[in-house]
Design a protein around this ligand. Sequence first.
Ligand code: 7TS
Length: 409
Amino acid sequence: MDVKKVRKDFPILDQKTHGKPLVYLDSAATSQKPTSVIEALSLYYETMNANIHRGIYALSEEATQAFESTRKKVAQFIGAKEERSIVFTNNTTEAINLVAASWGRKNVKAGDEILLTQMEHHSNIVPWQLLAQEQGARLKYIPITSEGELDLSSLDSLLSDRTKILAVTHMSNVLGTINPIKKLIAKAHAKGILVLVDGAQAIPHFKIDVTDLDCDFYAFSAHKMLGPTGVGVLYGKPHILESIPPFLGGGEMILEVHEEYSTWKPLPYKFEAGTPNIGSVIAFAKAIEYLEKIGMDEIRAHEKAITRHALLVLQELEGITIFGPKDVEVKGGVVSFALADIHPHDLGQLLDQEGIAIRAGHHCAQPLMRVLNVAATARASFYLYTTIEEVDFLAETLKKARRYFYRGF
Ligand code: 7TS
């Protein structure tokens, strides 16, 4: 993979911020977009804009076809056997809310348990809390080790007779930990427990095959994998999706509406109420094409090299604490850290002055922050366009920041 060549496809990376070249180290929040995606979005509005699934004219047919061809591409990309198992949502958050509301209300009752982990994003906690409060169910959490990996020593008892679902992130957005999802799924299934995987941080960075994993649900967002904002995907096993009620009601998802009741369209349309984000779904196909052209294994190898280098140079800084695993075999391109007692927000601001964009805060993982015993962390996250030079510049600038805070120069 030629990073210099890749970077030419991302026009925003040429930009200056505060007069300095932009060093974008916040891809875990959202990735940048290649020209092919940006152009597809504007081409849609220039040449194809029409509502879908209803027009009988050519323009609408064309838009419908393009929209549905993205569904096919998504299914192929994640190894789903059937296109009807791919539901478009607005984002990962909505995909998880769909499962918690539609599957949850039907299957989770008073006294039942929902198993999460201590490293979940709020998107994979709050929907379950809403469900648990409504149904009188209980939330339990798989703890983490001091290295930031899941502590599976008590898994057998946590997967209890009352557990209905295990909802777990494939990769932590704070620690970078890549969880042993396949093993967790097998363990849960052996006890008849369903598994939802929050794949928001995984699918942009390495090859996923939902059929091989045998997960029941897999949720992710297009905007973290080179696609536009406003598009998410819920993969669900068709027989499970068939068995649960719609999430949102309205146009596009019905067969017939009577005064007192309605009937639903078949999958996946039952779960796609209202006009979707048509142009962005269509442009999302170009993001997948881009990832496939480079190759997910190449992307993973590049990010491993970048992360290994980042761990090496950051660990040399006096007073640094790095949260999460140090072994890139179980860690993606996310490095959270604290530098002495400098507040992460101050660090973020100082880095911004030098053109470096990192994230500082609780990263929508407040329960994890409590486990780590910090209010916030600074976080650098990488993608296929990140260079070794950028990581070196981050380390150098952090060194400067430390001097500035402690010696005033
Ligand atoms: N799950 C994980 C693991 C995430 O990292 C995020 C977003 C979400 C769910 C929610 O995705 P959304 O597209 O629905 O918003 N994570 C981050 C982040 O780390 N910084 O900003 C957003």
